[in-house]
Design a protein around this ligand. Structure first.
Ligand SMILES: NC(=O)c1ccc[n+]([C@@H]2O[C@H](COP(=O)([O-])OP(=O)(O)OC[C@H]3O[C@@H](n4cnc5c(N)ncnc54)[C@H](O)[C@@H]3O)[C@@H](O)[C@H]2O)c1
Length: 343
């Protein structure tokens, strides 16, 4: 896995834009924010493909338009896609690159906190289809991922929260000292203090890359990256991906899954509180009623990690450590929704 945290992305990218055998894919929001720099990089060449921002456009219709641009630009098998954007652009540009002419190279240039710490590392590409998220996709590892934290200066507060969910997750699954550092610097992160952003991005990327490196195709170890995701995915899906951003749903998922770990005696009360304290301040929880929790349980039963009908949970077992469990009682899952805040 090749990734680099760079000081000036526009200088770094110049090496890739010398010839003509490439296109740069970004979304319209990013283009309007960084128009001058992008135009200067492309030097007047017609090498730009703009996609409409928003998860509702992460679909085959938009992929078709990318293929049309690749063909119109005569991109051959040695060609390159530059994916400049958040996880949505990265997933789509990566998917187009993985299928065009049976696969061409692409470079990830993530511009959101979530994409810098998560989606640009690990080679997963995807689009949504038939109301299902990321249901069509591939493993296609980028030539390299180039991260410039200065993109985060223009990011909206909710997108910071969303990325922060994944950052906190890395601390809980793999590095307790990092978890403590993040907890102590939440305000600095929202204030976009450069040295803190640099530190959280660097540590997160190192943790994710080292896990992916040992399980590139998600057969076992990578599953620990799903702490908070069993419940988080069910919450996202319950609200049709409209109420919570991905990382926000993961924050709620971690809160509830930490409660399950506490109830099952995997962690003590003190550590449960350490986890709960920062998470409950980041996202406004939703009070699910019993009927809604039953719907969430049904959604959890479709989780791809499940085995023989048993819902899989990644649960903390100590500071900086998690494990996978298939034997959580349904009553414990349900109870977590109604009692986590009292415990
Ligand atoms: N491949 C993976 O491993 C993986 C992992 C997690 C999530 N994802 C996918 O990532 C997507 C979510 O990614 P995301 O959270 O980055 O959302 P996103 O790509 O939709 O971006 C969020 C918003 O921020 C805007 N934006 C991007 N960069 C900006 C910047 N620097 N300044 C201001 N605005 C900016 C975008 O235009 C968009 O409106 C989902 O589609 C999800 O499925 C993929």
């Amino acid at each position: 896995m090749k990734y680099k945290i760079v000081d000036n992305i526009w200088d770094e990218l110049r090496d890739y834009t010398q010839g003509d055998n490439y296109i740069l894919i970004t979304d319209k929001n990013i283009y309007s924010l960084y128009k001058d720099k992008i135009d200067r990089l492309l030097g007047g060449k017609d090498k730009l493909h703009l996609i409409k921002p928003g998860e509702e456009n992460k679909n085959l219709g938009e992929i078709r338009k990318i293929y049309d641009s690749l063909i119109a630009n005569n991109i051959d098998r040695k060609g390159l896609v530059l994916a400049l954007g958040g996880g949505m652009v990265g997933d789509m540009a990566g998917f187009a690159a993985s299928t065009y002419k049976r696969g061409i190279n692409y470079v990830q240039i993530p511009t959101t906190l979530l994409s810098q710490v998560d989606s640009s590392i690990g080679g997963k590409t995807a689009i949504d289809h038939g109301g299902l998220k990321n249901v069509i996709g591939s493993f296609h590892f980028p030539l390299e991922t180039l991260i410039d934290i200065s993109f985060l200066t223009t990011l909206a507060r909710r997108d910071i929260t969303s990325g922060l969910g994944e950052v906190i997750k890395y601390g809980i699954i793999a590095d307790y000292n990092f978890f403590k550092y993040v907890k102590e610097n939440i305000e600095e992160i929202y204030n976009k203090k450069a040295e803190v952003l640099y530190s959280i991005v660097r540590n997160s990327v190192e943790i994710k890359a080292s896990i992916v490196e040992r399980d590139r195709f998600d057969l076992n170890l990578r599953q620990i990256l799903n702490f908070g995701h069993t419940i988080g995915h069910s919450i996202e899906s319950f609200f049709n991906y409209k109420k919570y951003y991905h990382g926000e749903a993961v924050i709620l998922g971690m809160l509830l899954e930490a409660n399950i770990a506490y109830k099952n005696g995997l962690i003590g009360h003190k550590y449960y509180e350490e986890i709960k304290d920062p998470l409950e301040k980041l996202v406004e929880p939703y009070e699910f009623n019993e009927e809604e929790v039953n719907t969430l349980l049904k959604l959890m039963k479709n989780d791809k990690k499940n085995r023989e009908g048993k819902i899989a949970f990644i649960l903390p077992i100590g500071r900086g450590a998690v494990d996978i469990f298939f034997d959580v009682e349904e009553s414990t899952i349900k109870e977590a929704f109604f009692t986590y805040y009292k415990e």
